[in-house]
Each structure stands twice: as C-alpha cells, then as structure tokens.
Design a binder for this molecule. Sequence first.
Ligand code: ARG
Length: 462
Amino acid sequence: MTKQQTWSQRFESALHPAIALFNASINFDIELIEYDLTGSQAHAKMLAHTGIISQEEGEQLVAGLEQIRQEYRQDKFHPGIEAEDVHFAVERRLVEIVGNLGKKLHTARSRNDQVGTDTRLYLRDQIQQIRNQLRQFQQVLLDIAEKNVETLIPGYTHLQRAQPLSLAHHLLAYFHMAQRDWERLGDVFGRVNISPLGCGALAGTTFPIDRHYTAKLLDFEGVYANSLDGVSDRDFAIEFLCAASLIMVHLSRLSEEVILWASEEFSFVTLKDSCATGSSIMPQKKNPDVPELVRGKTGRVFGHLQAMLVMMKGLPLAYNKDLQEDKEGLFDSVVTVKACLEAMTILLQEGLEFRTQRLAEAVAEDFSNATDVADYLAARGVPFREAYNLVGKVVKTSISAGKLLKDLSLEEWQQLHPVFAEDIYQAILPQQVVAARNSYGGTGFAQVKGALLSARDQMTAK
Ligand code: ARG
C-alpha cells in the first residue's frame, strides 16, 4: 500500500490500520459513485462557468471524471480502504488521470455538501424505480380484480367470518394502499430534489459560486436556503424510510393473507410451483416462502427507519461523522423494497391461483349473511337493534340444529317475525348479499365496477 497523504500537513503519521478500516465507508458508498461523478461534473462546469477555473480546465475535469465512469462501468475501478470513501477515491483517480489540475476540483466544495448531493441523486433515481414497480404491482392487482368482480370471498373482521366480498373489492383495497404509496413517494421526491451543493463544509464559501447553476445542471427543483441545514439535513432520507416502511406494511399484510389463504384450513389459493418451495423432509409440503420472506424482511426496513431517527436526534449542527451511518440502512431498504415488490408482483401474476369453487362454497356455508337478515327486517320497519337481537337468536338455534340460515323453512322465519316472506331466500344468497352492498365504496358489484374504472384512471396520473 503506497502511503498517500489524505489529510493536510497538520497530520504527521498515518491512521492506525484498524481505525482506517473503522473510519472508511468506501465498501458501501461505492454505490454512490455514478452520482458522485455526475455531481462533480456539474461542480466542475460551474467552476468554469463562474470563472473560478478556466473553461479548458473545466472541460478536462469533466472528461477525466467521465473516464472514471467508464472505468467503473468496465469493472476496472477498484478503490481500496486507503481511499476512505468514494469522494476521495474519485478525486485521487482524477489526479492520476488529469494531473495536478485534479486537485482543483474540490475548490469551493466540501465532502459534506458533496455526500448530501450524491445521496439525493441516488434516492431520486431509486424513488422513480420504486414508483414504477408500484405501478406494475397495481397493474397486476387490477388485472386479477377485473377478472374476479363476481368471484366471492369470505370477508373477515377479527379473523372471524363477517360478510362476503367481491374478490375484486378485496384486491382493490391493496391497489389503494399502493396508490397512496406511489403518491407518498411523489411527495417525498419533492423534498429529496433540493440541492445542498455549494453549502460547503457548513457555512458556504468565499468563492463566487453559482448554486442555482449546479442545481439546474443536476435537475434539482431548488437549493437549500441555509447552508447549515443543507449539509446536515437527513429528513429526506427519513421520509423515504417512512414511505418504504409503509410499502412494507402493505406488502406484509398481503403476504399474511396469502399465507393464510394457501393453508389447508383456508384453501382459498393454490400456490404454483414457480413460486413455492418444498420441505427437505416432508414430501407433501408446499411452502409459501415468498410471502413469508416479504413479511420477514419488513422488520429490517422498520429497523433502518428507527436507526436513522435515533442517529439524527442528538446531532448538533452541522455535519457530524455519525451521518456516514445514514447509508447502509438506506441502501438496504431500497434493495429490500425493490426485491419485495418484484417478488410479490410475480407471485400475484403467476404464482397464485384462486380456488373459485372452494371460495363459492365457503361463502355459502356460514352465517356471513346474518347482517342481511337483520337488514331485511330493518328495511321493513323493525328497529335495527331489535332485528339484530332476533337474528342473533335464530343464529343460535340454527347452530344447535346444525342448520344454516338458508335451511330454515318459511314457517320458521315467520315464527321469528311475521314480516318474513318468500323473498328472504333470495336476500340471503351470497351473490345477493354482496350485490346489495351498493353504498359508495362498498363491495356491491356495481360499486366495484365503478371502482375498477376509477382505479384505471388513477393509474394514468403522472
Ligand atoms: N464519507 C463521509 C460520509 O459519508 C463523507 C463526508 C465526510 N465529511 C467529513 N467532514 N468527514 O458522511
């Protein structure tokens, strides 16, 4: 290892090797290299634009940085621990390429505003990718929903059979969660997309820089108005982690349902071989590893959010090295959310088959039409609470007689209340029970059809 001087001449001896390793971030912040190069190119252009360096110097710096980009893409750039972080690694290589001129790149800049810029550029890209993935996930939900408006599925509260639902309605609930995730990431994007470049170490710079110029080159929407805030703000990353955590909440809830549905006890879905795994000892098993992993990975994203909040809470202004700890959790959250979205999209698209026959039987063989009997009475003038009590009674006697509501004779109904007529049988058919819930946002088929149309509309929003 050639001993290269990183620090000013104030330092006489090198770092202890273990401390160098402890201090370094190159092993993980190499992830930012393309953004670091892009940010540095914008900075070099600005230095030339403002006359801080010459036009020609600016061009050479930009070309040198571009060469590093090519080297990196061709897997020829492998900075080691001695570079400490991606910013130093790039600067060192630049000096090798363009000579002493490379040492001018850091004029009017600090690694503090530099790393903030890189992280924002990175997150901007990732947010776009995740939003696109959310769209694909929504698309698949809609495709399945459209085919299953009239497929019924038991609806639950407290995981007890409650009222039957259109399967499309159930799936649309996840569509709307994903829609909010998509919108939320759009909001976060707005606050990620602000440039800290030019805030310097903490106080700005003595050079006549043009922060709006670099912001424009980098497609930032605006610039931080306060240099201290600019270099030490990580709200944007925390907000992203909040949004990522909510995506995981939603994916995890869906996962939990799929796991239940795939169990022998529910048997609502069959897992296809392409998305299920076996057991090494029990030959009969087919395991829902995909949703289990999604559910399991959710915790680490929540953990990264918590870690970032705690890391920030005691930091005095402005930059502190603690901030270097913002990266691994952020990167891991991005990787995790993307992998989970992809896996769940594939699972829905080709890994699951709803057992519609079994679902139809399920909704026909329970008391989830009991509310409809109470509604029947209430619609005919019986006060709802009274009707509710009467139906509770008939459910109880039916259970002990081993009957369902549909098995009661008209006589039995009329003994309960004289207002019952032949049409009670129609009113308690599962298909009718669902169709009748036609209030806005309800599971009635007409509502669901309308909801599908507006969902399609929402998908076209930018
Ligand atoms: N590797 C550092 C980080 O990720 C870059 C900024 C270092 N700044 C400093 N003043 N030591 O935060």
